[in-house]
Each structure stands twice: as structure tokens, then as C-alpha cells.
Write a protein that binds this ligand. Structure first.
Ligand SMILES: [Zn+2]
Length: 511
């Protein structure tokens, strides 16, 4: 039997830290349910000290995961961080605290302003402190990819002796070459006493497009845990993509002496879900989960694949859950059919929430005839967005054409159930709508990105609009909206982004 490699998902922590990808607690729970269906070993659910929302997410995901997965919370090497993490993990069946400190010359000198001795001392202290709360303590040696080999051995030896159960060796800046990173892991295996009693983890970033290669080099040289995210979501150029690293291990099991317990048939669904919730679209040519990952357009290739799939295709699309989109429901489908299909997709809705989604479903089925899984997911996300909104859309009307001046009338409802109407004109219909919305919501922002995608194929498909706005403090917020009418989706997307901006500012004021 090959070595079992633990898959540590950090979509909800590292992934969520990427600009514009923030998720609220409900959204994180939806993603966490999908992570459980993927059968990940560890879910890093958040950074509890950073905000009340993060704290609450960790608490609820710990409850949700039960015995099935380890739930992990991030901290700095600071006692109050560790206290908050322990508190958020209080009811977890399998809690893990992830604490650590920078170990590269640049992090120690320029960021932390500490000496090597102080660094080791703080590392020992935070591991011991976390061990007072939980048995399972993971230590991260931040920026290990650029650290001195022998100093890294010294730090890791110290935290292993202090009781760490997992040591995370990240290439925080995505700087390393795979071979060099692999020999770094090997150096630890050869030089740290008792390293066989702990799990070595790798956490690699994709700044040079090598996150997956780096992680595999780690696995090959002794790592038994890989940290990764769905779609490679993460800071800057992102983290290691789970689907890439898991499929690579699966295809090279013997060379790597490794396997994972991931249910790969859930990959496409996971990818769509995370992209739909965060508004971070997946490029068409992305490995494993991109829209073109299994498309063959050259005649020679098509001919080959039709004769025998593996002439040009190394993965059977079904193995990652591709091509399973089916017509599932029509206007004649009842409540029970919708509920059943939603449950299969991982959404548990009851009572009022189900009624509301059913109503939007009927509306859509009337216009669209065939309702696909993607449409249902879009409806649910829409419902979820509205539930957490400070302002919701009551109506939007435009008049435009040639030689008319594009004019919009928008009616919104605020949380106090007051209905406000405003109108304005602009260079185009969407500009006019956004100006009218601004008159009501009155929050400073700049629109930095606008894109439309159809949720499924066909002229009657739902149009999903993704936008990004930048607040005066530079923070980026993503908004999404889906409707058969793209003026309506655009309005909903803008409101969604503004709602997120407003809620975030409220939360920060409280924190
Ligand atoms: Zn990271």
C-alpha cells in the first residue's frame, strides 16, 4: 500500500484572503459541505482573531464537520490569537490549532524585527501554549522556502520537541524551484530527530506557476500532507490547486508512493461552486476543471479520442465529475422534486427558504423550460445573497435606444423595509442604473471590473454578471447577480457588491 497523503484544504482561509474573494459565514458553510463530500482530511476554516465573522465560521464549520474531518484554525504566534482559536474550536470533535512564525531572514529582520534566537523561543512558546488547549498542533514556518537550511532544521527540531504534531513548510512567496524545494524537505527528514513521529506538510504558492510541482516535490521527498484550495484560489497568483495535486498523485501513485482519499468525482462541482460564490471565474484552459480541459477541436485529436480515449486524454472526464450536467427539472416539477434535487446538490432548504427558492424556480422554468443544475445553484446563491442584504432590489426599469438618452428608474428596499426610488441617466443603460443605485445607497466606490457569463448554454440561459468594486480604502468587493435579463443581473450584482462592502465596514467597526 502506498503512503496516504492528507489533503488539507485552505479555500476558506488562504483562498478567502485573495482580493475580492471574501465569503460570509453561510457561504463558507456551503463550501465546507462540499469539502466534506470531497472527503478532505483537514478543513482550515479561518483565522478567528481576525473578525467576528471568521470566528463564527470556524465555530459552525467545527460543528458541521463532526468526526469526519479535522477542523483547523489559524493564529499568529500570539497568545490572544491562540485563545480565540481555541474558543472557536471549543466544540470541534477533531480540533487543530495552526500557529507559527516567519523564519526567513527577510521575515525575521524586516517584518518581525527579531533575532534567530528570539524566533526559536517564540516558536516553542506558541506551540506549547496551543498544546494546553488541543492535542493536535500544526506549526507553520512562514517563508520557509527562502530560509536558511540549518536554521530551518533548528526551528523544526525545537517545535517537534515542544509537541507539534504537524510541521508546515510553506513556500509562502512561490519562489522556489521544485527540485530545490524537494531537497529542503529531504534535508528536514534527514536532520530533525523524531521527524517520523510528526507529519510534514507543504503549502506552496503559484507565483511562478509551480505550486503543484512544488507540492509534488514535497510529497516525493517525505511530506505527508498537502495544503491546497479549490481552483487554486489564494493570495496573489494563488495556492496549490487541490484538483491538480490530487489528480497528479492519482496518475503517478507508484512513482510517488502516495495516494489520497479524495472523491475526485466531486471536483467539477466544487470548482463551479467556489467560483460562483467568490466571483473568481476559472479560466477555460485551467487544468482538470477548466471548460476546455476535455475539449478536443483539432480533427486529428478528435479522431484519436473517438477511436480510443487515451490517445490524447489522460483523464476520463467522468472521473472528475465532468459532463454530468443534465436537464433535471421543468415547470411541472413539484416542491418535493426540487427539494430532492437540491439535497443531491448539497443544499438543505426547508420552510420559507424552500418556498422562496421554489417560487424563483417556477419563474425561471416558465421562461426557460429546462432547468439545469447550474441554474439551481445560481438560484440558491441568489437567494443567499438576498437574505444577507442591507438593500434589495424591488424593481428596475430602463429606457434606451437610438436616439434616446439611457434612463433608469430603480426602486430598492432597505433593512427597515422602507422603499426608495431614484432615477438617473447615463452613457448606457447599466451606467444609468448604477447612478440611480448610487443616489439611494450612497457609498463611495469605484467599479473596477464588469463581466457577463451565461450559466448554461442557449439563448434563454441565465446571464450571470460578476463585478468588482474598489472602496476608498483600496479593499475590493465582488458582486454577483443572475437573471434572464442582464440589466436585472447587473443591478443585482452591483447591489451585492455594495451590500458586501457595507456589511464588511459594519463588522470592522464592531471588531
Ligand atoms: Zn498561503
Amino acid at each position: 500500500m502506498t503512503r496516504k497523503i492528507d489533503i488539507f484544504d485552505t479555500t476558506l482561509r488562504d483562498g478567502e484572503q485573495s482580493p475580492g474573494a471574501s465569503m460570509n459565514t453561510e457561504e463558507k458553510l456551503v463550501v465546507a459541505r462540499q469539502l466534506l463530500r470531497l472527503n478532505v482530511d483537514v478543513i482550515e476554516a479561518g483565522f478567528p482573531i481576525s473578525s467576528p465573522g471568521d470566528f463564527e465560521s470556524v465555530r459552525r464549520i467545527a460543528e458541521l464537520a463532526g468526526e469526519q474531518a479535522v477542523v483547523c484554525a489559524l493564529t499568529r504566534a500570539v497568545e490572544k490569537d491562540i485563545d480565540a482559536a481555541a474558543d472557536a474550536l471549543k466544540y470541534a470533535k477533531r480540533p487543530r490549532i495552526h500557529t507559527g512564525i516567519g523564519v526567513s531572514p527577510s521575515h525575521m529582520r524586516d517584518k518581525l524585527r527579531i533575532t534567530e534566537d528570539e524566533c526559536v523561543e517564540r516558536a516553542i512558546k506558541c506551540v506549547k501554549y496551543a498544546r494546553n488547549y488541543v492535542e493536535d498542533v500544526q506549526f507553520y514556518a512562514e517563508d520557509a522556502g527562502r530560509s536558511d537550511y540549518d536554521f530551518l532544521v533548528r526551528v523544526i527540531q525545537a517545535v517537534v520537541d515542544a509537541g507539534a504534531t504537524v510541521v508546515n513548510i510553506p513556500d509562502t512567496t512561490g519562489y522556489s524551484l521544485p527540485e530545490e524545494f524537494g531537497s529542503r524537505i529531504k534535508y528536514l527528514v534527514d536532520n530533525v530527530n523524531g521527524i517520523d513521529r510528526v507529519t510534514i506538510s507543504v503549502h506552496c504558492h503559484n507565483d511562478l506557476g509551480m505550486a503543484t510541482a512544488l507540492s509534488l516535490a514535497g510529497v516525493k521527498n517525505g511530506a505527508r500532507q498537502v495544503e491546497c484550495t479549490i481552483n487554486g484560489l489564494g493570495e496573489r497568483a494563488g495556492n496549490t490547486a487541490m484538483e491538480e495535486v490530487v489528480m497528479s498523485i492519482k496518475m503517478h501513485q507508484d512513482e510517488l508512493d502516495a495516494h489520497t482519499d479524495i472523491n475526485t468525482r466531486e471536483f467539477i462541482k466544487a470548482s463551479r461552486l467556489v467560483s460562483s460564490i467568490t466571483g473568481m471565474n476559472v479560466q477555460a484552459n485551467k487544468s482538470i476543471v477548466g471548460a476546455n480541459a476535455f475539449a478536443h477541436s483539432s480533427g486529428i485529436h478528435q479522431d484519436g479520442v473517438l477511436k480510443k480515449r487515451d490517445t490524447y486524454e489522460i483523464i476520463d472526464p467522468a472521473e472528475v465529475g465532468a459532463g454530468q450536467s443534465q436537464i433535471v427539472l421543468t415547470a411541472r416539477s413539484g416542491h418535493a422534486a426540487l427539494k430532492h434535487r437540491l439535497e443531491e446538490l448539497g443544499y438543505e432548504l426547508n420552510g420559507d427558504a424552500l418556498d422562496q427558492v421554489y417560487e424563483s424556480f417556477l419563474n425561471l422554468a416558465d421562461r426557460k423550460k429546462e432547468v439545469f443544475d447550474e441554474d439551481l445553484e445560481s438560484l440558491i446563491n441568489e437567494h443567499d445573497r438576498e437574505e444577507h442584504a442591507l438593500f434589495t432590489l424591488e424593481s428596475v426599469q430602463i429606457s434606451c435606444g437610438f436616439p434616446l438618452k439611457p434612463t433608469a428608474t430603480v426602486t430598492l428596499k432597505n433593512q427597515a423595509d422602507q422603499v426608495v426610488t431614484a432615477c438617473d441617466f447615463g452613457t448606457g443603460p447599466i451606467d444609468a442604473v448604477y447612478k440611480a443605485v448610487n443616489k439611494i445607497v450612497q457609498v463611495d466606490n469605484e467599479l473596477s471590473e464588469f463581466s457577463v457569463q451565461s450559466v448554461t448554454r442557449g439563448i434563454d440561459a441565465l446571464g450571470e454578471v460578476t463585478i468588482r468594486v474598489t472602496a476608498p480604502d483600496g479593499e475590493i468587493y465582488t458582486g454577483r447577480g443572475a437573471d434572464g435579463d442582464i440589466i436585472v443581473s447587473s443591478t443585482k450584482a452591483y447591489l451585492n457588491a455594495l451590500n458586501r462592502l457595507l456589511i464588511d465596514k459594519q463588522e470592522r467597526r464592531r471588531a
